[in-house]
Design a protein around this ligand. Sequence first.
Ligand code: HEM
Length: 293
Amino acid sequence: MASATFLILVAAASLLASFAQADLQYGYYNTTCPGVEKLVRTKLEAIFAADSTLRAGLLRLHFHDCFVRGCDASLMLNSHNGTAEKHADPNLTVRGYEAIEAIKEVVEKACPLVVSCADIMAMAARDAVNFSAGPHYEVETGRRDGNVSMLEEALTNLPPADGNVTVLTEYFADKNLTMKDQDPSLEPAYGKTLTTKCPAEKMASVVPMDDVTVDKFDLGYYESVYNHRAVLRSDAALLDDSLTGAYVALMNNASSLDIFFADFAVAMINMGRAGVLTGTQGEIRETCGVYVD
Ligand code: HEM
């Protein structure tokens, strides 16, 4: 769950400064759909009761939506020809589409054609973190939905699942971030455990990226990275850079939890502003996953 949360801090906070500043506001639906936040949270409670792993899924869903055409729910769109964002390689393991659609259905009953899918995704990501014992923060709302979704754009904007430091550096370069191109330094014994759990012939193997506290939003991710037990190369590389390494070391300390929560909330709010459509741009549609072709 806490996987790549550090990357939020470095990615979202600065990366998204390059996107146009959003015209969002707190409580955008206060008069047009006053109960929406509660509706979303209540529906999520039922969804997570059935599948608690979807909490991680919904956080990632929002991130993958925001990095491609901004937070406009373009990731939700479908294509008969397999040309939408969701068909791109880095999105093939993204989960939670049905959950967003189920929440949208409840919201539509209360306030037809008022609340965007993009706002529901932002609220759901926020609540998912909070339901995992993470921080609670207010989300700005007022996003509208895009109706364009292109596979190629997902490929060029999302860090690929096997992204190495070189690739990540390109993504972060214009954000004044430096991540040195160095090899991962996985602790040998843990490397052996992973090889046993994920043999080459078994592609569908599942291992937690935070093996300390699998389904809790906490500092376990940093503990894994600090102790050379990061699964992703991009995570292990954090130790090789002085700035990110210092942050990992700081977060490998239980007393840093409040700092992490505060940093995370700011980064999520920044990420939620990425390239949003507002005002008369885009649309509010009845269902999120309509077909673009
Ligand atoms: C350089 C940036 C990033 C890279 C390379 C990256 C890569 C990955 C990869 C490879 C996975 C595993 C997917 C699988 O199940 O096969 C993953 C999962 C995940 N990522 Fe990231 N990620 C990045 C940034 C982020 C950010 C910024 C967030 C949060 C806003 C995030 C949230 C998550 C979550 C919650 C999961 C678990 C999803 C699930 O259980 O379904 N990641 N990421």
